[in-house]
Design a protein around this ligand. Structure first.
Ligand SMILES: N[C@@H](CCC(=O)N[C@@H](CS)C(=O)NCC(=O)O)C(=O)O
Length: 221
């Protein structure tokens, strides 16, 4: 059985959403962050940087959210265009766009001191906010233009869940904050996320991790 090492409302929830949507049995093992488990030798054997998530599969331990999502979607032939199918190239392009641009920029917004030290946080935040607006605008325009079925209101996808959680966190700053973004600013993306958050898999995940209602489009913190 899969084992997901998780902490509520961190990147592990993206993997949990995919597992719930796939209907795959898994064990959710809560990480004891306060006890320093992320730095423990046992956890570092699963994830050398001590980050969340770590994931145990029959093919070995895994880390990196996008890699786990890709692995699960191929293994269970769902939630993404499969190798050889028409949408595959575009799907891969936008999955990696998300994991290498949007996700790291979001981490800069939450931990601006990690980029260039505590003296540079204002500059890092300003640049990261601008980039985030650009990235989400590009995704929104792509959905409106191409209407891809692998990122649509009509069917769930690993990319829909990935973007949903990232947009969720961007709402946590609260309106008025320069780094606050809400899904409503990006109408095509908003429609995709609204459909994903209403699915039974998302509702079960929200219940399990105490995330509240409308977890992507209007999260309550
Ligand atoms: N690129 C990694 C990023 C993982 C990551 O940054 N996880 C955060 C939680 S959302 C974490 O472990 N934070 C703990 C820390 O930074 O100490 C992935 O996609 O899995």
């Amino acid at each position: 059985m899969y084992v997901l090492h998780y902490s509520p409302d961190t990147a592990s929830v993206i993997v949990r959403l995919a597992l719930e949507e796939l209907g795959q049995p898994y064990q959710a093992r809560r990480i004891d962050r306060e006890a320093g488990e992320l730095a423990s030798p046992a956890y570092r054997a699963l994830h050398p940087l001590g980050l969340i998530p770590a994931f145990e599969s029959p093919d070995g331990p895994m880390f990196e959210t996008a890699a786990i999502l890709l692995y699960l979607s191929e293994k269970h032939r769902a939630l993404a265009p499969q190798p050889g199918s028409p949408g595959r190239a575009a799907f891969l392009k936008w999955l990696f766009f998300t994991s290498t641009n949007i996700h790291p920029t979001l981490l800069q917004l939450f931990y601006p001191e990690r980029t260039a030290g505590p003296g540079c946080t204002d500059a890092v935040l300003a640049h990261a906010s601008d980039r985030m607006r650009t990235y989400l605008g590009i995704i929104d325009a792509m959905i409106a233009r191409d209407a891809p079925d692998w990122l649509s209101p009509g069917q769930p996808s690993v990319l829909g869940y990935y973007l949903g959680v990232l947009v969720r966190w961007l709402s946590s700053y609260g309106t008025g904050h320069p780094s606050h973004f809400s899904a409503a600013e990006f109408p095509a993306l908003n429609r995709v996320l609204a459909a994903h958050e209403a699915r039974p898999a998302a509702l079960r995940t929200a219940e399990a991790e105490g995330l509240g209602p409308t977890i992507f489009t209007a999260p309550v913190y």
